[in-house]
Unconditional design. Structure first.
Length: 396
């Protein structure tokens, strides 16, 4: 077994069960190593600590598979780990019966570099690390056994793979896709999922419970949904009895899918829905010029800060959209505002939103702190996994 020896003192994070080993922590390696190979991790005094996957092209040089340094990493390991992750979702009462579900959430499920989402009978996988990529065959076999799925589609096409020295890969890897559009039911609302070209694995499953909260709060409110993508928040607001819903996105194809989603739900009042193709930053200012006012505004923008290095620029963007939203809210109105940027922490995000309210001269209170759905858990030792954060604020 090849070995990775740490520099003095660099074992502390592993002893806290953090699964990443950065390039600056590595003293040397011993033995022949290829990307994705399993290594035994040793401290500077050669005490074994863990088994990890080697990634020579990434600043994260190794990701821990197991903190048991003698544990074998083989087909049986992935069979057990994947079955356990699926069973945890099946036993959670909030997740029972969901058509769309995250089955494996990377490091938080002890499987770094592996994301698995299920949409009905179709499973979508993302392999974002050299270790996960090396074990793709074992992973696919284990998923077939654990889920009994009809098809597995791979969406290993994120930019993160380039940091691992991996090429983008996308396509069907098991079974046969169902004929026609893939449709899921979320809290009684039907939505199309395009696993081939849709964002992430085809849908934003992490916002499921936040969409349900929007539905619960939307009755009789005039709702503005910014960065609406395919209309998940919009349709839930309509299902909750919103008086009107204006949805804005810069993507024409996304809005077309949103309209298709609305047509799949004849129980929803289509006449109350308005769709607008526009840049949200420009549209928020234009709405003020039109004299529009709203009782609920949803801000769910794309990732402005992929890392802490982008935080300053991203903070300006977050402040701008929140400031403009506060200007459009009626007294007593609700702002549901989110950040999915890993480079923006929870405390910083609250400061940004508070600063926006202060600049507008309004008072607001936090009613709910928002996060990803429970099928997107955060490992206690891996705070970096808490990428999605949000606030439900109410104006005084």
């Amino acid at each position: 077994m090849p070995e990775l020896i740490l520099k003095p003192g660099k074992e502390r994070s592993l002893l806290r069960r953090h699964p990443w080993i950065f390039a600056g922590s590595v003293a040397r390696t011993e033995g022949r190593l290829r990307p994705g190979d399993t290594v035994t991790v040793l401290d500077h005094d050669h005490r074994p600590l863990a088994r990890a996957a080697w990634s020579p092209h990434s600043q994260i040089r190794a990701r821990v598979w197991s903190f048991e340094p003698a544990a074998p990493v083989d087909h049986a390991f992935f069979k057990r780990s994947i079955a356990a992750a699926v069973a945890r979702r099946q036993s959670h009462p909030w997740l029972a019966g969901q058509d769309g579900l995250r089955l494996i959430h990377g490091e938080s499920d002890g499987l770094p570099g592996l994301i698995v989402d299920r949409y009905g009978d179709v499973v979508v996988i993302q392999l974002t690390s050299a270790g996960a990529d090396k074990w793709r065959g074992a992973i696919i076999d284990a998923l077939v056994q654990a889920t009994g799925c009809r098809a597995i589609y791979e969406r290993s096409d994120s930019e993160v793979r380039a940091l691992e020295g991996l090429q983008a890969v996308s396509g069907l890897v098991h079974g046969e896709m169902p004929a026609g559009p893939l449709v899921i039911d979320e809290h009684g609302v039907r939505m199309v999922v395009d696993v081939a070209v849709g964002h992430k694995t085809g849908f934003y499953l992490d916002q499921r419970e936040n969409r349900a909260l929007t539905r619960a709060l939307a009755r009789d409110r005039r709702v503005l949904n910014c960065f609406c993508y395919t209309g998940g928040f919009s349709l839930q607001a309509l299902a909750g009895g919103a008086a009107e819903v204006l949805s804005i996105d810069s993507s024409g194809p996304a809005l077309e899918t949103a309209r298709q989603n609305l047509s799949l739900n004849p129980q929803l009042p289509a006449a109350r829905a308005e769709w607008r193709a526009a840049d949200v930053f420009d549209a928020l200012r234009a709405l003020r010029g039109e004299g529009r006012r709203f009782d609920m505004i949803i801000l769910d923008p794309p990732k402005f800060a992929p890392s802490a290095a982008h935080a300053e620029r991203a903070a300006r963007a977050y402040k701008d959209i929140n400031l403009q939203a506060f200007k459009l809210l009626e007294p007593g109105g609700l702002l549901m505002t989110y950040s999915c940027s890993g480079g923006i922490g929870v405390e910083l995000f609250q400061k940004i939103v508070a600063g926006a309210a202060s600049d507008v001269g309004v008072e607001a209170r936090i009613l709910h702190r928002l996060q990803a759905a429970p099928d997107h858990p955060v490992g206690l030792a891996v705070p970096e996994g808490e990428y999605l954060k949000g606030l439900a604020c109410q104006l005084a």
